[in-house]
Design a binder for this molecule. Structure first.
Ligand code: FAD
Length: 283
């Protein structure tokens, strides 16, 4: 197999002390794989602002790199400026810059319409302080007018100053490789790291996928549906599918793998072990 790429993991900010304890356990387990960074999501409209920061600081205190996501929909420039200053003051060096999903019934979108405007604003305010990651969509964003338009808008984010991209998840490696080829042909040369979603539960995955525009291929959907309530068998099968996807991605020379963990370590750790990702032993 080709050499193994960088690994990163995504968490959501827990709501309770028990959730934070569980996240710490997951983080410790993942730390053995020497990830490049752990990122922490940011609720639409800033709803998790404090918990996102708290979770990132907890990661940094444990000696790892923490990267807050930052979504700009409904935010004012003053709010984002303040947040950037707080992040700088806490020694945060990497951000995942997003537009965020437009909340239903929202009247004002705030000062930013698109993630490209947020990226440009971060660069204006903070220069090269932050490594900026943005989102990319191999199966195309659900609101995009066309694949070409989506790629052009992706290019805007890169021109505005993004250093790298993390993709929405997908189960069809060809969609990713096609997307990267098209992006490269448009002169986009930043690393485009595939986002990998493990399979824990069919209903939850189907719900996420219908919102974010990721396709569950027919054969996979039918196989997953067939497991019904037998979650253990579904997860075993799902791990084989995701391992196979990762192997195709690694063989194709991806620059990294970013795992959507949902704050759970077991399934992903098994996949990483089976992929042969080296573990650091001891502390
Ligand atoms: P944009 O890049 O702004 O694109 C949004 C849409 O607008 C696309 O359809 C694009 O084609 C179109 N567009 C862009 N520019 C223009 C323009 N100039 N004119 C017309 N159309 C344009 N959401 C959260 O709320 N919190 C998170 O923490 C979070 N983390 C994420 C992490 C990753 C890796 C990914 C892939 C997604 C994440 N999301 C998160 C979801 C994301 O916010 C949504 O997918 C959102 O709908 C789009 O965000 P974006 O940054 O891709 O937006």
């Amino acid at each position: 197999m080709s050499s193994l790429p960088d690994i990163s993991f995504e968490f959501f900010p827990p709501k309770t002390p028990e959730g934070m304890a569980k996240l710490r356990q997951a983080r410790e387990q993942f730390s053995a794989y020497q990830p490049k960074f752990f990122s922490v999501t940011f609720g639409a409209g800033g709803s998790t602002r404090d918990r996102t920061l708290e979770t990132v600081l907890d990661i940094q205190q444990a000696g790892a790199e923490g990267a807050p996501h930052l979504s700009c929909i409904s935010a004012s420039k003053a709010e984002i400026r303040q947040l950037l200053q707080d992040y700088q003051a806490h020694g945060i060096k990497r951000l995942v810059a997003l537009r965020g999903d437009i909340p239903s019934g929202e009247v004002s979108t705030g000062d930013f319409r698109y993630a490209s405007e947020l990226v440009a604003f971060i660069r204006e305010e903070t220069g090269d302080h932050f490594q900026i990651e943005v989102a990319a969509y191999p199966e195309f964003h659900p609101e995009s007018r066309s694949p070409n338009a989506d790629l052009q808008y992706f290019k805007h984010k890169v021109a505005a100053g993004a250093n790298a991209a993390i993709t929405q998840y997908f189960y069809n490696a060809d969609a990713y490789f096609q997307f990267v080829d098209q992006a490269n042909s448009l002169g986009i040369d930043i690393p485009i790291v595939p986002g990998v979603m493990p399979i824990y539960n069919f209903t939850q995955l189907a719900r996420f996928s219908s919102v974010c525009g990721a396709e569950i291929p027919r054969w996979l959907r039918l196989r997953l549906q067939d497991f019904g309530d037998d979650l253990a068998s579904l997860r075993d099968f799902g791990s084989d599918v995701v391992q196979d996807l990762c192997e195709q991605l690694i063989a194709g020379g991806v620059p990294g793998l970013h795992f959507y963990t949902l704050n759970q370590a077991g399934t992903i750790s098994n996949i990483l072990d089976r992929l042969g990702v080296e573990k650091r032993t001891g502390k």
